[in-house]
Ligand binder design. Structure first.
Ligand SMILES: [Zn+2]
Length: 378
């Protein structure tokens, strides 16, 4: 018998899949492999094709495929991630609990609820009733969304684009076509050290940085607030960390800050660096830039009028699409050419919290919507 999404979700919560970035090396609760095995055995039991795709070391995306009876003319992808964060109070969160019409546990809403919904919908379609004549449906459980999105980046680099990717994240069953990007930068000012008793013989890097911080948090912030995107609002800047100097009696010769700049569609790390350089040059302040991330976290903007997006909106009973403030696997897939949206049961407000939960109504409704959507594909 095919597990209902709630039963499946409880099994998945009890299957730890903490991203290795969040626990000490070798902790037995890390890694996505147990989740992948669970997905595979549920899919195999329904007669679906199953494969894995090695991303790095022991970490593999899991792929489930439902082929159409006719010639494949289209492909769509359901793509939730398999990993979770690891804190707080992980042990108690690995025990699923059903209470007040909710399922509690680590990953309940982010994003094992989506895994359960998407897989259950696919299994229902595979099992009986109308199915698409010419559209191949792929379910891909991605590894590492919570850290560097290695799974979706790897997949996007090794496969041709498909007609639509629905990335599973808790969106309260709204269809998300836009999210901001995220640029992290380190800025460094340099000076000349001197004895604290003769500061005029040195050049104070912390003082220089003080001016940079002030410019970013006042002038630049105001500049950003004048830009606006219909679904995303304004871009933002946050100076999140500062380091400089060693002790009171030495003039500091270096200071760094780490900055988080949330970008709108059309902005990139290159455009952000350019405008920051201009800003500092106009103010007569010098700072060097260093990247803090290896892979870019680009903004997402998918055309809501695409026929595939419209089909999902219709199935979900939504007139319009929305934007969200969180980054996910949709952007790497979209960058490689697959129109991508984000959709799933649950509310991001409960993600990563100490008592993470998802409402059973949302989980069931999400499964129904996805089933309806899959059955209406050509
Ligand atoms: Zn997530």
């Amino acid at each position: 018998m095919i597990a209902a999404p709630i039963r499946l979700l409880c099994d998945l919560i009890a299957t730890p899949s903490v991203n290795p970035a969040f626990l000490p090396e070798g902790d037995p609760r890390t890694g996505e492999h147990r989740m992948a095995e669970h997905v595979q055995s549920a899919a195999r039991a329904a007669g679906l094709e199953v494969a894995t795709e090695t991303v790095s070391g022991q970490r593999s995306n899991v792929l489930v495929r439902l082929s159409p009876p006719g010639k494949i003319q289209h492909r769509i992808l359901l793509g939730p991630h398999l990993d979770t964060v690891g804190f707080p109070n992980l042990e108690s969160q690995l025990v699923p609990k059903i209470r007040d019409s909710r399922v509690y546990g680590r990953g309940a809403c982010d994003t094992k609820g989506c895994v359960a919904s998407m897989l259950s919908a696919l299994l229902r379609v595979a099992r009986s009733g109308p199915r698409p004549a010419h559209t191949e449906i792929q379910f891909i459980g991605f590894v590492d969304e919570e850290n560097e999105q290695l799974g979706s980046r790897h997949h996007a680099a090794h496969h041709d684009p498909v007609d639509l990717a629905i990335v599973g994240e808790p969106t309260r069953l709204q269809v998300v076509t836009a999210h901001k990007g995220d640029v992290w930068l380190r800025l460094r000012t340099t000076g000349r050290s001197a004895h604290g008793a003769t500061p005029h013989l040195g050049r104070n890097a912390v003082h220089r940085m003080g001016r940079v911080v002030d410019l970013l948090e006042t002038t630049y912030r105001k500049q950003l607030s004048r830009r606006s995107h219909p679904l995303l609002g304004s871009p933002t800047i946050n100076v999140g960390a500062i380091r400089g100097g060693t002790q009171p009696n030495i003039v500091p010769d270096a200071c760094t800050i780490d900055v988080d700049r949330r970008t709108l569609p059309g902005e990139s790390e290159a455009t952000v660096r350019r405008e920051l350089r201009d800003l500092l040059r106009r103010a007569g302040v010098q700072a060097a830039f260093e990247p803090l991330r290896l892979a870019p976290c680009d903004p997402l903007e998918t055309d809501p009028d695409l026929v595939w997006v419209q089909r999902l909106c219709r199935a979900a009973g939504r007139r319009r699409t929305v934007g969200v403030h969180f980054f996910c696997d949709a952007a790497p897939l979209a960058k490689a050419g697959t129109p991508s949206v984000v959709f799933g049961p649950g509310d991001i407000a409960q993600a990563h919290t100490a008592d993470e939960w998802i409402s059973i109504a949302s989980l069931e409704r999400g499964t129904d919507i996805l089933e309806r959507f899959l059955r209406m594909l050509p």
